[in-house]
Design a protein around this ligand. Structure first.
Ligand code: PLP
Length: 451
């Protein structure tokens, strides 16, 4: 009887108990489209529980309900369709204008001359900017009947992987300015010395992925101007674009500099939006060659399109606009200043624990603390061991290798909105605990070895 009963229940797909249903005793579909339906509450619960082992994102819109309502209400709108969703498209244009003004885009007749587009993230924005620089260079060379077969792009060896992708996908030679064991950013002099007739542009990063430091965009620009070179600069402001204007407004890095032709920024980093949004901006339409812009008319009206991706939900654009008007400059300044102060505090605490700090504080870099073990600690264990130990307490502080030519391991703590001073204190406590535990383990290992 018991056997019959359990068979009966296990065979059942309709049950109020998800884990009593037959679906719980089967693998979740991973290869083939299932033949039959699954009850909605079972599908929901199975997927939700399967995702439990993911990390837990802490970013929540501070004014949660409103932002999330707007996202939910607009996630089914495809922003590429200007005919059907003109107001969403208008919202995208408003965001672009706001960013263009924030980044001091030149104006003509009181109007921004800058143009731009929403993207899936900074990577897509960078691909577009690289294509635009390549096309402009090609067009100029073709007009002068010169060879166009060997374009190159100058960047530091510490660029994010999307730059290497762009170079490889679009067949552009990477001219790398090496990082060293004491300099983790581009050297402006070396960068400008690499410029030749085949250079399509120079990348400068406002907040490197490794250490969060700002590269010296003005230094590069000034050298180019001094030497009478009109080489374009693209600023990769993936993170810094939403930090520097608020924390360090006098820093010169954006369209105020004459050779800066394009800028990217991610909405889903310090723009305070959930993943899936980035922005590409060009100083003016003359830096985005016409042959990259497509005019599509099959959605009911003439529309200009210059993205790699076509369809995209309007929700992240709307969330970005929401954050911009909800927080305003004052809100972003308050948040970014707090994060910068917290990062500075964390740096001072880690330095006191013997770590070498590789990032720059005081608003001269992102609210990121990059650090590595001091020489004495480094004898016993490495940064990967510290990172793994911290995982036991739930912290994800990754360890990784700095750009190859700098030849060192390091760790990085990205200070985000939800990382308050008291969470910072807990992290410092847990790092102290991790170091102590690792030292004790090593001492024990040595004793065992000697015995
Ligand atoms: C400097 C820099 N550029 C570009 C990217 C790519 O950004 P996204 O993830 O928005 O594509 C990152 C991501 O970490 C980055 O740090």
């Amino acid at each position: 009887m018991a056997g019959q009963l359990s068979k009966h229940f296990r065979g059942s797909s309709r049950t109020s108990n998800v884990y009593g249903s037959r679906f719980a005793s089967q693998h979740m579909p991973a290869q083939f489209f299932p033949e039959e339906e699954m009850p909605k509450e079972v599908a929901y619960r199975m997927i939700k529980d399967d995702l439990i082992l993911d990390g837990h994102p802490m970013l929540k819109y501070s004014t949660l309900e409103e932002a999330e309502k707007l996202i939910a209400e607009s996630s089914n709108k495809n922003v590429v369709d200007q005919e059907e969703y003109p107001k969403s498209v208008d919202t995208e244009h408003r965001c672009i204008n706001i960013l263009a003004n924030l980044f001091h885009a030149p104006t003509g007749n009181n109007e921004n001359m800058a143009i731009g587009t929403a993207c899936i993230g900074s990577s897509e924005a960078i691909m577009l900017a690289v294509l635009a620089m390549k096309k402009r260079w090609q067009n100029a060379r073709k007009a002068a009947e010169q060879d166009t077969s060997c374009p190159n792009l100058i960047m530091s060896s510490g660029v994010q992987v999307c730059w290497e992708k762009a170079a490889r996908y679009f067949e552009i030679e990477e001219k790398l300015v090496p990082c060293t064991s004491t300099r983790y950013v581009i050297d402006p002099v070396q960068a400008v010395e690499l410029v030749d007739e085949n250079t399509i542009g120079i990348c400068a990063i406002l907040g490197t992925t490794y250490t969060g430091q700002y590269e010296d965009v003005k230094g590069i620009n000034d050298l180019l101007v001094q030497r009478g070179l009109d080489t374009p600069i693209h600023v990769d402001a993936a993170s810094g674009g939403f930090v520097a204007p608020f924390v360090n407004p006098s820093l010169e890095w954006d369209f105020t500099l004459s050779n800066v032709v394009s800028i990217n920024v991610s909405g889903h980093k310090y723009g305070l939006v959930y993943p899936g949004i980035g922005w590409a901006l060009w100083r003016s339409s003359s830096y985005l060659p016409d042959d990259l812009i497509f005019n599509i008319d099959y959605l009911g009206s003439d529309q200009l399109n210059f993205t790699l991706n076509f369809s995209k939900s309007a929700s992240h654009i709307i969330a970005q606009y929401y954050q911009m008007i909800r927080l305003g400059k004052r809100g972003y300044t308050a948040i970014m200043t707090n994060l910068t102060d917290t990062a500075d505090y964390l740096s001072s605490q880690l330095s006191a624990l013997g770590f070498i700090i590789m990032s720059e504080g005081g608003g001269h870099g992102l609210p990121v603390v990059a650090f590595r073990l001091g020489p004495e600690q480094g004898i016993l264990f490495d940064e990967f061991a510290v990172s793994a130990k911290l995982r036991e307490r739930g912290w994800i502080v990754p360890a990784y290798k700095m750009a190859a030519d700098a030849g060192m391991s390091m760790m990085r703590a990205v200070v985000r909105e939800e990382f308050s001073r008291s969470r910072c204190e807990s992290l410092v406590c847990d790092i102290r605990w991790a170091l102590k535990a690792l030292v004790e383990r090593e001492v024990l290992n040595v004793q065992r070895y000697q015995a």
